[in-house]
Write a protein that binds this ligand. Structure first.
Ligand code: ADP
Length: 336
């Protein structure tokens, strides 16, 4: 069984072809300079694909697990575009190109939001007027689901426990970053919310914020909706504080603002760990992943340097979102 995984984003396309019997990557490609025909050129030389798995960022309330794609599914992903205006169109583009090139190969959508689908309602509701949820779908969805779920599966092997008996706090720390509280193998809370903007201090995203700041920026600073969007997503986080979003470089700098940026990031992570400990009550491990979580031991040590969680086991797992997507496709295939 050969499964191709396509992560078709707005600025890059990641492609991997897996031989699932051997659990091996046969082809791996990264296109960073995306042009209209990039994916077509990449795919037309590849033969022997049994199935294609696509990362789709937003599954809304519609999709709670990997889903075989048909026209109805494409329509529904299209309808979710207002919830993920940057991501879902790029993901859909990948699906449509494969459909045109290889109409007979089954395609599967694997959603970033799906792993968090079973969060309790008290976790996913915002304390807004109930109509905002019922009429406008404003609620917390959570993201990075394929990574948190992959880390959970690998943690089960390390802890030698059944997934359903595992309580862990997973920290996906990359340019985008999120924490997840996993109780008995189920995501019960996560730091990203309605969009990937909420939660931790990220590369260029602010994370948690008093929402009145958004109003102030518009009312008092005369910023447009697009200005504010750009400010919070692209000019904030580590980059906003110290003009750099590359943790490798920030760690080398002695500049006060660089130190402050890291302290803010670490403090926010610690606050999430503390609150998730309260939710989980018993924590088997704190697990780090993502470019920062996997490589920056200084950050991991600083995060863990706290009497409240010093004695909790912690380890690093290299995330593999593409393998996680391929595994989901394989599991689905058995059920078809
Ligand atoms: P993305 O969310 O874009 O996939 P990654 O998971 O690749 O991001 O993480 C990128 C972050 O990881 C950057 O801030 C980068 O500086 C950091 N990083 C990568 N390698 C190291 C390292 N060896 N030491 C410290 N930070 C690192």
């Amino acid at each position: 069984m050969k499964i191709a995984v396509i992560n078709s984003g707005s600025s890059s396309i990641k492609f991997k072809l897996f031989d699932m019997q051997k659990q091996e990557v046969i082809i791996s490609k990264l296109i960073e300079d995306v042009k209209e025909d990039s994916l077509i050129n990449l795919l037309k030389d590849i033969e022997d694909i049994d199935m294609v798995g696509h990362r789709v960022v937003h599954g809304g309330e519609e999709f709670h697990s990997a889903t075989l794609i048909d026209d109805e599914v494409i329509d529904k992903i299209q309808q979710l575009i207002p919830l993920a205006p940057l991501h879902n169109p790029a993901n859909l583009n990948g699906i449509k190109i494969v459909k045109e090139l290889y109409p007979n190969i089954p395609q599967v959508a694997v959603f970033d939001t799906a792993f968090h689908f079973n969060m309790p309602k008290s976790a996913y509701m915002y304390a807004l007027n109930y109509d905002m949820y019922e009429k406008h779908n404003i609620r917390r969805y959570g993201f990075h689901g394929t990574s948190h779920s992959f880390v959970l599966q690998e943690s089960a092997k390390i802890l030698k426990k059944d997934i359903k008996d595992i309580n862990i706090i997973t920290l996906h720390l990359g340019n985008g970053a999120s924490a997840c509280a996993i109780k008995n193998g189920v995501s019960v809370d996560t730091s990203m919310g309605f969009t990937p903007l909420e939660g931790l201090v990220m590369g260029s995203r602010c994370g948690d914020l008093d929402p009145a700041i958004v109003l102030f920026m518009q009312r008092e600073l005369g910023m447009s909706v697009d200005d504010v969007d750009k400010e919070l997503n692209k000019n904030s986080g580590l980059k906003g504080i110290c003009s750099n979003n590359d943790v490798r470089e920030i760690l080398q700098s002695n500049d006060e603002k660089s130190k402050l940026a890291l302290e803010m990031m670490i403090r926010r992570i610690q606050k999430y760990i503390g609150s998730y400990m309260v939710l989980l009550q018993k924590v088997d491990a704190i697990v780090f992943t993502g470019g920062i979580g996997e490589n920056a031991s200084y950050i991991r040590d600083k995060v863990l340097d706290n009497d409240v969680f010093r004695d909790i086991k912690s380890f690093v797992i290299k995330t593999d979102e593409e393998l996680s997507i391929a595994r989901e496709c394989l599991n689905l295939n058995l059920a078809i």
